[in-house]
Design a binder for this molecule. Sequence first.
Ligand code: PBG
Ligand code: ZN
Length: 318
Amino acid sequence: MYRFRRLRRDGRIRSMMQETRLHPKDFIYPVFVIEGENIKNPVASMPGIYQYSIDRLEEIMEQIKEAGIGGIMLFGIPLHKDPQGSQAYAADGITQRAVRYIKENYPEIYIVVDICLCEYTSHGHCGMVCGEEILNDETLPYLVNMAVSLAEAGADMAAPSDMMDGRVAAIREGLDQAGFTQMPIMAYSAKFASAYYGPFRDAAHSAPGFGDRRSYQMDFANGQEALREIAADIEEGADIVMVKPALAYLDVLREAALTFKAPLAVYNVSGEYAMVKAAAANGWIDEKRIVMENLTAMKRAGAQIIITYHALDAVKWL
Ligand code: PBG
Ligand code: ZN
């Protein structure tokens, strides 16, 4: 009889047989930077996550440096919002200033910037608005300006998350024309309209003021369409493609990994984090074991990069 259990007998052989192993460089840690001074605001729905003003960033940046993780995903929260999201591409905008600060003080840390307008617009949508409609082509130049302005500030990678059609091609062209031919694009390619983003919208002050994002983000019922979105973004020049959220979409991630040879990222989003934290705080689950199981599953399904709020904890648990 073949006995599978021979290779499970004790920890020594089990660890040799382990097919998937997490590494600190697998992780990107999201960081929220808010305008103002001496601020470290806890995000109520995301225990352990804070909004930092630039003068308090040091605290978290030191931990990130120490952890040796792959990099950070930066989200700026401006004071001033308007219909065009002008602080998103202002040379002295909160995100631009944060990038400059991090570049200067932590040059070893890889800075990915989220390219989207929803934190910056007064209506909270990811693009320009006309009546109730979220405009596509009219939004593209603003996204290009945002990407170029953050590249000028010193960002290492641009990650468009808005889900407008054609934005990867537009941003690629804009970056190239501005001389940033070497800056990669990580496209949020298969980004689903998801209830799992709820806590993030508290953290980033980016909830839409009317309606929802279903006219631009994907219907969670659609797996084939996700593959077409990913194919389109690769065609437009994306260097890395992403599936988001993670856990309810591992089938999409797996199929993408088998279908495309492009580097793949997955975003383990705020609601997924909040659920784990809430259950752990109640003593209903073992946080460490659940987190390692979840993150390992994401890598096993095919992700090379895992964007996760658990990153700093996970590194301690490896
Ligand atoms: C901005 C953006 C969102 C997230 C990443 N970039 C929110 C949204 O689309 O509403 C979600 C991240 C998370 O939930 O952790 N468009
Ligand atoms: Zn957005």
